[in-house]
Design a binder for this molecule. Structure first.
Ligand code: COA
Ligand code: ZN
Length: 318
């Protein structure tokens, strides 16, 4: 389970979340059993003001052994900041959109320009004295909010270009604005896994049209078991029109555990962290299990139930 609330979740929050609260949230999440934590993003503070404190957050967190710490890196400037931030980072999560229009909106570069710059970022990471893994998040793999359908061939072409670079260990297939649907997910994942059975593949869904968890199950059926998700279901790319929150981490953990998939996450502990999230961001969150409780968290029977039972029995019969 890969937790992205500190990056995807906070990037579109209007009110600045104080650095100390981000650090407290990161530290609390680190202790819930999640495998990977996306801590922040080395983007332009003008583009994403809420993540302007990336260096301070990274320097302030307490690393928990066994948790992988990753950061979003959109360009060379971001990579230089990651190298010089004074904190150890396990992975750089590079980002580019497979849709030309979204890449122009989000990164102000053509896809080809992004690729050239990110290939140089990969080379820089490989020459770094401290090893850093590289993942590439490919936005809009299941549809683009302005171009509409994105041909699956484009997804496979860009995945191949990155995975063929020495040093890139995995890609995330991202549904940036919740346009994916289950059979599409299965088709794209099947073909991706046929081509890249040994790459680390992650699925990143947004729940914009209520299909997020269904899409995750479709990806799981295709054989992918790494998921990005965001505490409370916060999230969304500010440069993708109509974007809304990621699939909610605790709702996904609840589903996967019911389906017999061990996530390694302590769900009660995660729900406790989620309960505090609304205060951190200053508004309610879309998460559902945190409000409804887990499936078998029963409610107390009403006082009058015994009276109803007694009257029913007094009537006789079955
Ligand atoms: N970190 C900090 N500052 C950065 C930066 C980075 N990674 N990349 C660019 N900048 C700064 C430049 O230093 C420059 O600053 P200045 O105006 O003070 O001189 C300014 O941003 C513009 O730089 P430029 O290279 O001309 O970029 P641009 O205006 O074409 O914008 C991005 C490109 C990448 C900065 C911008 O589009 C961006 O950060 N997008 C964020 C996308 C994102 O995070 N989306 C959500 C996640 S998918
Ligand atoms: Zn996202």
């Amino acid at each position: 389970m890969q937790e992205v609330v500190l990056r995807d979740g906070l990037q579109s929050e209007r009110a600045f979340v104080p650095t100390a609260q981000k650090i407290a949230l990161a530290d609390a999440l680190s202790r819930t059993g999640i495998a990977k934590l996306e801590v922040t993003s080395f983007v332009s503070p003008k583009a994403i003001p809420n993540l302007a404190d990336a260096e301070d957050v990274l320097r302030g967190i307490t690393r928990v052994p066994g948790v992988l710490y990753t950061v979003l890196v959109p360009n060379m400037r971001g990579a230089e900041r990651a190298l010089n931030c004074g904190a150890s980072i396990d992975e750089w999560n590079l980002v580019m959109s497979v849709s030309e229009s979204h890449n122009l909106m989000n990164l102000r570069m053509t896809r080809e320009q992004s690729f050239t710059q990110l290939a140089a970022v990969v080379a820089l990471a490989r020459s770094s004295p401290t090893p850093v893994a590289i993942n590439v998040s490919l936005s809009c793999c299941f549809g683009c909010p302005v171009e509409g359908e994105v041909p699956p061939a484009e997804v496979h072409r860009w995945a191949a270009r990155f995975l063929e670079l020495d040093g890139v260990g995995g890609v995330s297939l991202c549904d940036t604005t919740g346009m994916a649907f289950p059979s599409q997910v299965q088709t794209i994942c099947n073909e991706h896994l046929r081509r890249w059975p040994d790459a680390e593949t992650t699925l990143h869904f947004h729940n914009t049209r209520g299909l997020g968890l269904a899409n995750a199950l479709a990806g799981l059926a295709a054989g992918i078991d790494r998921f990005d998700a965001s505490l409370g279901g916060l999230g969304g790319c500010p440069f993708a029109p109509g974007a809304t929150g990621n699939i909610c981490t605790e709702d996904l953990v609840h589903l996967l555990e019911l389906e017999g998939c061990a996530t390694g996450v302590d769900l009660p502990a995660l729900l406790e962290v989620s309960r505090q999230l609304a205060a951190t961001v200053g508004h309610d969150t879309p998460g559902q299990v945190v409000k409804a409780g887990q499936r078998l968290d029963t409610k107390p029977a009403p006082d009058w139930l015994e009276g109803v039972r007694a009257r029913a029995l007094a009537k006789g019969g079955d």
